[in-house]
Design a protein around this ligand. Structure first.
Ligand code: SAM
Length: 206
């Protein structure tokens, strides 16, 4: 999907994703000391807004202008006087991130499902943006989800298992803190189903 297709998808619904942060984002980032974060492909900002509520200052970028407008409105409602700690931007996650290299404590890639080349560029941009000792958190629909899990894109080319994320990180200055497939229960009209997500955390080395 390109930016126009995402604009249309966002414009067709009041809220495409949940108001709450993704459960793995909350679990991992909730245990970290707040600092300066970058949310690449932030969508309507469910994770970015939650991070600001936890004390982070967040630059949240998405190439859908409709999503970024919605993030701004949701942030104004939810964050009130803390809204200044969220910087929503329209931009491409596969290009160099806004701000100086090595200037963030954390970068998040949450359900950014791109073909391998573009995905690799987004991961590189995220790693380049974080300081030594900072982390890049990746959460996404797993390749295995296609056959064994519920929902998510049906194009295998935009799904990634943990080993594919680690392959994409090959040559980047990172060490792996955690990497695996996690189960995410989803309420559907047919009852509860289980989605399989890839969750990887890498730490930037000096
Ligand atoms: C499945 S949504 C996830 C949104 C958000 N990260 C979350 O977890 O709620 C994927 C998002 O990626 C954005 N996106 C896809 N390719 C992008 C790119 N190259 N640069 C910036 N945003 C992109 C889309 O506009 C969409 O908002």
């Amino acid at each position: 999907m390109d930016a126009n297709a995402w604009d249309e998808r966002y414009a067709a619904h009041d809220l495409v994703w949940s108001v709450e942060p993704n459960r793995f984002v909350a679990e991992i980032i909730g245990s970290l000391t707040p600092g300066r974060a970058l949310d690449l492909a932030a969508g309507e900002g469910r994770n970015a807004i939650w991070m600001v509520e936890q004390g982070w200052s967040v630059v949240a970028l998405d190439y859908s202008a409709v999503a970024v407008d919605r993030m701004r409105s949701l942030a104004a409602e939810r964050l009130v006087s803390d809204v200044g700690r969220l910087t929503p931007l329209v931009g491409d996650a596969t290009l160099a991130a806004p701000g100086d290299p090595a200037s963030y404590d954390l970068a998040l890639l949450s359900y950014l499902q791109l073909p391998a080349d573009e995905w690799r560029r987004a991961l590189r941009a995220a790693v380049t943006a974080v300081r030594p000792g900072g982390r890049v958190v990746v959460v996404g629909h797993a390749g295995r989800n296609l056959a064994e899990g519920w929902g998510g894109p049906s194009d295998r080319a935009v799904l990634y298992d943990p080993d594919e994320v680690l392959d994409a990180a090959e040559g980047l200055p990172v060490s792996v803190e955690q990497s695996g497939i996690r189960e995410r229960p989803v309420d559907t009209d047919e009852g509860e189903r289980v989605a399989l997500d890839t969750v990887v955390v890498v730490r930037r080395e000096g």
